[in-house]
Each structure stands twice: as C-alpha cells, then as structure tokens.
Design a protein around this ligand. Structure first.
Ligand SMILES: Nc1nc2c(c(=O)[nH]1)N[C@H]1C(S)=C(S)[C@@H](COP(=O)(O)OP(=O)(O)OC[C@H]3O[C@@H](n4cnc5c(=O)[nH]c(N)nc54)[C@H](O)[C@@H]3O)O[C@H]1N2
Ligand SMILES: Nc1nc2c(c(=O)[nH]1)N[C@H]1C(S)=C(S)[C@@H](COP(=O)(O)OP(=O)(O)OC[C@H]3O[C@@H](n4cnc5c(=O)[nH]c(N)nc54)[C@H](O)[C@@H]3O)O[C@H]1N2
Ligand code: SF4
Ligand SMILES: [Mo]
Length: 710
C-alpha cells in the first residue's frame, strides 16, 4: 500500500466514531447465508456493510440480495407502531388498544359465525419457533381448522411427490458437499444461479470435475449456461419429457435392476406404459428434439452416480406433483438415491421453507410432520399441548382455497402473518375482491404491503436483524439465527405477537414463553417420534456444531446427512414408482387463437418474491426498477411489439402493462414475466385459479396470453 493510501485509510478510520456488529442470517432464500451487519457511525451519518460469515452451507459467501438486505430493514417506511384503519386511513394506536380490538372483533365473529369463521395465513419466512406456535395458535387459541401458509404456493408439489414416492419429504436427500463428486446432474425448472446464487460453486466444482449437466427450462438462464445440454421444454411438459427419457433408459437397459427389485415397487407398470409411447409424439409435445431426449437419458443412465434437482419450474403446475413423481421415477429406475454422490433435491425456496412445512402451519399437519387426521398423532400433540384430542380441529383447506371460503362468506376474519397474497396468489383480482369481504383482517408485517392495505389493523413485526430463532435450510440443517438488534419503535417479534394475542383471548396458559428457546424446547418434544424429529437438536448443539441435520431423534444422534441409505420411509421400506401419463388429468391452459402464447412467470436475481422488501432497497431496485416481458424477437415482430416499449399482456382473467425485452433466449411460443411487482405490473392478475388436485399448487408456470402494444 502506498503512503498516500495508508494515510487515506487512517483518516477514514478516524472518522468512524463507533461501530456495532450484528450477527444474523439473510432474510431471503433457503441457503440462509450467515452474515454480519457492521454499523458504523461516521461523522454525520451511519454506514452499513454486510459481510459473509463462514458456515458449512454457504461457506461465507453472500449474494447481491443478502448484501443489500439491510436497506429494507432500516428503511424509513418500516412500520413502528400498531396501525388501525379509521375512515380509510391508518392511525397509530397502542398495543393495548390493538389487542383489545382483536379480542373484540375475533370474539364477535366467533359468537356470530362460529370458530371456523376465523382463519390464519402464515409463512415460510418466519422461524421454526414462530411457525410452530402459529399452528398451535390456530388450533388451540382460535380452535379453527383454517390455517395454511405461503409455502403452499412454493414447495407443496415437491413435498407431496416426495411423500408419495419415498414416504418422506426432506428437501435434499443428500448433503450439498457431495455435489462436486457426482458424475451427472439434472437441473429441472430451477434457476439456482439467480435464486440461490451461493449454491453455484458446488455445481461449478462438479463441472470442473467432469460432471455432465443437463438443464430443463423453456428459457436460457444464467443456470442453463453452465449446462452441457439444455432441453428447452415447452412450459408444463416436463412429465411427458420424463416419459421420453424413461422410455430410452428402459429400452437401452440403463436401469438398475437389482435396486429396482430390492427397493422399489411399480417399475413394471411404468415400463409397460412408456413402452406404449412414441418418442416422436413426445418430441412434438415437449418441443425438445428427439436426439436431445435420447442424449440426456443416455448420459443420465450410463453414469454410475447422478443427482436430480427440481424447483418451481416443474412444480408450480396443476400437475406439479405428477411431474415431479415422473422425474423421481428416473432416479429410482437408475438407482441413483440413498448412496454416495447420488440423490434428489427439491431446491427449497424461502429461508425457512423446510422448517415451516414440518411443524404445523399446513392445513392438514401437526408438528413433526404429523397428520392432523391421524388419531395417534392427534392424541400425542394434544397431550403435549395440554388439551383434549377431541378439541383439536380437523384439517382445513389450502392457502388459495381460504380466499374462496372468504368469497363464499364462510371465513370472516383472518390473521395474516408475513405474506402478501394480493401479489403472490393466482387470480389477484379475485383475491382482492375476497379480502374486501372480510369483516376483520389483521396483517403482521414490516411494511404496509399491498395486502396490508386491505387490513383493518396492522401490527409491526421485527426483521432478520432483530428476531432470533431457528431456521431449517435447504439441506434440512437446523441452524440458529442469532439476532439482537433493537426493534424499531414498538415493533415486536412474530412469536411475541402470537403470544400477546393468545393472552388477550384468554389462552395465556398455552402461550407463556419468555424466549424463542422455550418454544424450541417444546417443539422438540412435539416433533419427537414424528417424521421430522428435532428432539435431539438443542440451541447449544446448534451453536457448537454449526447446525444439525434432521431427523435427529436423540441428544446423542449426530443428525442425518443422507436419507434412504437402506430403506425408504414407506411401511414396506420401498419407493413407489407410478405411471404418469403424457397428458395431465386436468387439462392445462393451452394457447388458443385468441390467446396464442404461453406465459410463464418467475424471478430475477435482484428481487425477492412480491418485492415488498427488495423494492425498498435502493441498490436492488436500481438493478430492476420495473417488471418486463421477455419475448423472442420473432414473436415480438409478429405482434408488432418493439423492443423496450410498453406492452399489454392479457389473459382470460385480466391484463397488465409491462415493458418489452427482446431476447433470443426464450422459446418463440413463450413469454416470461417476473412476479415481483404490484398494481398494473402484477402478473398474478393473469394466472388462473386451477389447483393441482393432490397438493393444491396453483399453475403459476402456464397461462395462455396475448400481447399487444400499448
Ligand atoms: N432472486 C430471487 N431468489 C429467490 C427468490 C426470489 O424471489 N428471487 N425466491 C425464493 C423462493 S421462495 C423460491 S420458491 C425459489 C424459486 O426458485 P426457482 O424455482 O429456481 O425460480 P423460478 O424463477 O420461479 O423458476 C425457475 C425456472 O423455471 C423455469 N420454468 C418456467 N416454466 C417451466 C416449465 O414448465 N418447465 C421447466 N422445466 N421450467 C420452467 C423458468 O424459466 C425459471 O428459469 O427461489 C428462492 N430464491
Ligand atoms: N406468478 C407467480 N406467483 C408466485 C410465484 C411464482 O413463481 N410466480 N411463486 C410463489 C412462491 S414460490 C412463493 S414462496 C410465494 C411468496 O409469496 P408471499 O409470501 O406473499 O411473498 P413475500 O414477498 O415473501 O411476502 C412476505 C411479506 O411479509 C413481510 N415480512 C418479511 N419478513 C417478515 C417477518 O419476519 N415477519 C413478518 N410478520 N412479516 C415479514 C414482507 O414485508 C412481505 O410483505 O409467491 C408465490 N407466487
Ligand atoms: S438471497 Fe440466498 S444466496 Fe443470497 S445471500 Fe441471501 S440466503 Fe444467501
Ligand atoms: Mo417459494
């Protein structure tokens, strides 16, 4: 360093009057990168820097979103006090007043319309402790069956498929650390380069080591760029594509007969079905050249080890469960699971996408991945909670179906925590209409989101810098977010808010926790003996061991890095293969003369979900300050769409206006719009409300639309 530079840095150093360092984890994706926020007071202002902290998953890496996350957390629009809507405006009230109003309004609804008229809508961005007590709150404090959460729109198809095929749903069946050694990788409908950027080095290392990478995506993305073979499938046709690959695998005898015999059922039926199919027809249906289908299958089948990853591209379909199951058929047929350098990964979305789906926020679920319809499970959880089994409600309905119940007048009140359904649910106009019909909506958020605007009461929650608790990352590793920054204004942690409301409703005895660790210790017991067994995991162990992978049934158990080593989780120990037909049972929307194009939706690297947080960050918003329509130039010319111009995108359900972006990276029959924006740019105004019959996932990835210049 030159003298001049040294002098400069010394001067800068002197300007720093004080420095605070806060430990935390990124509030966004399932990598849950560990980080520290360094807050320096410099002469007349505060200066913030985020640094990555080493850990077994992201190894100290952070991405652009994590680096800038603090910008929303310290944003001046953070809500700091409870806000009550009075004549259309929000006015500040005290917590005591807020809790009194909730008690009054909830009790009134219950007295008039019964317990089932209240509902809870939760989130996979809250901690395990919060997800656990939110489920308990719905069943014990409100006594309503109606609780579900945003994870329904996210992981439900992959989770259901894994439960059906393996008998157990843990996001990754193998540790991330084995990726570099595997020989062939399929990335189906996952854009990890933009959505879990700090995972990329695992795949880059695999490539360096000679792995062959196959990507399946209708678009060329930063992820497909690392692939050796890109299958540019027609939206929604993954199940048929998998049938084509299965046909080749079986015809070329690239299947693992001894694995199939010992560890699976249903192979012969699948083999008979795919034998009856024509590859030429599959080529036509999927838009993937026959020789590419063949090559992908040959590569996947002929290597000793291999892995399959899926994400929302395959899963957010009205046949998402079936599509994933057909891809899993390939994993089982080739015996690439339960052994070293092999396995399946449903790339988890939200920060706590795993934990939040294991401990009881889902309509049909009790903690520990137990079933609310199973008598023994009910009995056990009732005993942990100190209530009688018969008092526990039965299963409710899925996230979107709750809005249908509101529309039909059955549900009158809702507690919404950490989600923004006006932007994230399909058929946004319908969701808005339903919300207006509610007698009473309480939203718990960091900001006045597009949905909170419909609320009667908004409660201020704490952010990732302030709220301590455990999260379960994409590997299934339970980790502890140590957070200690002071809450702004009168904001409270979500777990405190749940307890305060329960107390106001006279249910204090079931919710008398003083810190997250108290809740975690109850969760450990509630999960004990369940599928997602956390009993052996403690705060102390997490701190010492940098996280513990579930299942972990005892304090001596070291946690589980690979599942299904010797058997699957079904009663007979076998994986269930199943026939998935080329044509889904419920017909998906297809392009027509009036709506000639496929619309698919998704993400960009700089924004997160409905954008409430990332649109507040100046650095992230600067990268993409508005939505756009990705369209092939040939298609654009056909519909008179110039580059960089405003375009109407119209479906049967509504229309939006976004800016065109010509790109040769997308199929000519398909357009793409990200979903991080609201109002006129809210792409969910176009998406239909058909749901996958087995998991209730909406079809975010296929709609039929037309495009016209504005
Ligand atoms: N930057 C950023 N990162 C995120 C998020 C975010 O909002 N922004 N959200 C987090 C969450 S909650 C989630 S769930 C994950 C989502 O992570 P991903 O599922 O990877 O993200 P998407 O962009 O929704 O979809 C992935 C890809 O699927 C493709 N696709 C669309 N239709 C089809 C199809 O029919 N078949 C196939 N095979 N592919 C298709 C899209 O072109 C897209 O490239 O990301 C997490 N990380
Ligand atoms: N068209 C289309 N739609 C989609 C998808 C798609 O690919 N395409 N993807 C779907 C997927 S995978 C998902 S996960 C959903 C997500 O959908 P949402 O859950 O609706 O999205 P978020 O933006 O995460 O909403 C979180 C809200 O909670 C607030 N918040 C953040 N942190 C906290 C906290 O700690 N406590 C509280 N109380 N509030 C907090 C934020 O300010 C924000 O308003 O969207 C789904 N919708
Ligand atoms: S968005 Fe995901 S990859 Fe990026 S820093 Fe946050 S947790 Fe890590
Ligand atoms: Mo998600």
């Amino acid at each position: 360093m030159t003298d001049l530079l040294l002098k400069y840095f010394r001067k800068k150093q002197q300007e720093v009057q004080s420095e605070k360092v806060y430990d935390t984890q990124c509030p966004f994706c399932s990598m849950q990168c560990k980080m520290q926020l360094v807050e320096q007071s410099v002469v007349s202002r505060k200066k913030y820097t985020t640094v990555g902290v080493d850990n077994p998953t992201s190894m100290g890496r952070i991405c652009i979103k994590g680096m800038n996350a603090y910008q929303h957390a310290i944003h001046h629009e953070r809500i700091k006090y409870p806000l009550l809507k009075v004549d259309g405006d929000f006015v500040r009230i005290s917590w005591d007043e807020a809790l009194m109003i909730i008690k009054e309004r909830f009790s009134k609804i219950q007295a008039k319309d019964g317990n089932d008229a209240l509902s809870v809508y939760g989130s996979a961005s809250i901690t395990n402790e919060e997800a656990y007590i939110l489920g308990k709150f719905a069943r014990v404090a409100l006594k309503t069956p109606y609780i579900d959460y945003n994870g329904r729109l996210c992981m439900s198809a992959a989770a259901t498929a894994a439960n059906q095929t393996f008998g157990l749903d843990r996001g990754l069946t193998m540790p991330l650390s084995e990726i570099p050694q595997t020989r062939v990788i399929i990335l189906a409908g996952t854009n990890i380069a933009e959505c879990q950027p700090t995972i990329m080095p695992y795949f880059e290392k695999a490539k360096e080591n000679g792995a062959y990478i196959i990507a399946i995506d209708p678009r060329e993305t930063a992820t497909t760029q690392i692939a050796d073979l890109h299958l540019q499938v027609k939206p929604g046709m993954d199940a048929a594509l998998a049938n084509g690959m299965l046909k080749v695998l079986i015809e070329e005898n690239l299947v693992d007969h001894s694995f199939i015999e010992q560890r699976a059922t249903g192979f012969n039926e699948v083999a008979d079905y795919v034998a009856s199919l024509s590859l030429v027809e599959i080529e036509d249906m999927t838009g993937v050249p026959l020789e590419h289908i063949r090559k992908a299958a040959m590569k996947f089948g002929s290597e000793e080890t291999g892995m399959l990853f899926t994400a929302r591209g395959v899963e957010q379909q009205i046949d998402g469960t079936a599509a994933v199951r057909n891809l899993l058929n390939m994993i089982i047929a080739t015996g690439k699971i339960g052994k070293q350098y092999c396995g399946y990964g449903a790339i988890t979305g939200q920060g706590n996408g795993q934990g939040a789906r294991e401990h009881g926020q889902k309509a049909d679920q009790l903690p520990g991945y137990r079933s609310i319809e199973n008598e023994q499970h009910r009995e056990y959880i009732a005993s942990v909670w100190g209530v009688s089994k018969d008092e526990l409600p039965r299963k409710g309905v899925s996230a979107f179906e709750m809005f249908q119940k509101i529309d039909e007048g059955e549900i009158k009140g809702m507690l919404l925590m950490c989600s923004n359904p006006v932007v994230s649910n399909p058929n946004a106009n319908f969701v808005k209409r339903a919300l207006k019909k509610l007698d009473f909506l309480v939203a718990v958020d960091l900001f006045i989101s597009e949905t909170a605007q419909y609320a009667d009461l908004i409660l201020p929650a704490s952010s990732y810098l302030e709220d301590e608790g455990t999260m379960t990352n994409l590997e299934g590793r339970v980790i502890l977010r140590e957070a200690s920054r002071k809450c702004p204004g009168e904001a409270k942690h979500d777990w405190q808010i749940i307890c305060d409301i329960a107390k106001a409703l006279g249910k204090e005895q079931y919710f008398s926790y003083t810190k997250p660790e108290d809740i975690f210790n109850e969760l450990r017991i509630a999960s004990k003996g369940g599928i997602a067994d956390y009993y052996g995991i403690t705060y102390e162990r997490i701190r010492k061991e940098q996280g513990v992978l579930w299942p972990c049934p005892t304090l001596q158990h070291k946690g589980t890095d690979t599942v299904f080593k010797t058997s699957f989780a079904h009663q007979d120990g076998k994986a269930k293969m199943t026939i998935v037909t080329n044509h889904s049972e419920i017909p998906k929307e297809k392009p027509t003369k009036e709506f000639p194009l496929y619309l698919t939706t998704g993400r960009v690297v700089s924004h997160y979900l409905t954008g409430v947080q990332t649109r507040k960050s100046a650095s992230l918003a600067a990268r993409n300050f508005e939505s756009y329509l990705e369209i092939h130039p040939t298609t654009a010319k056909k519909y008179n769409i110039e580059n960089n111009c405003l375009v109407s995108v119209i479906s049967k359900r509504g229309s939006i206006v976004v800016r065109s972006k010509w790109s040769e990276k997308i199929r000519q029959d398909t357009v793409f719009v990200p979903f991080h924006w609201d109002d006129r740019q809210n792409v969910n105004m176009l998406v239909g409300e058909e749901l996958d019959p087995s998991c209730k996932m909406p079809g975010f990835k296929v709609s039929a639309v037309k495009v016209t210049p504005v």
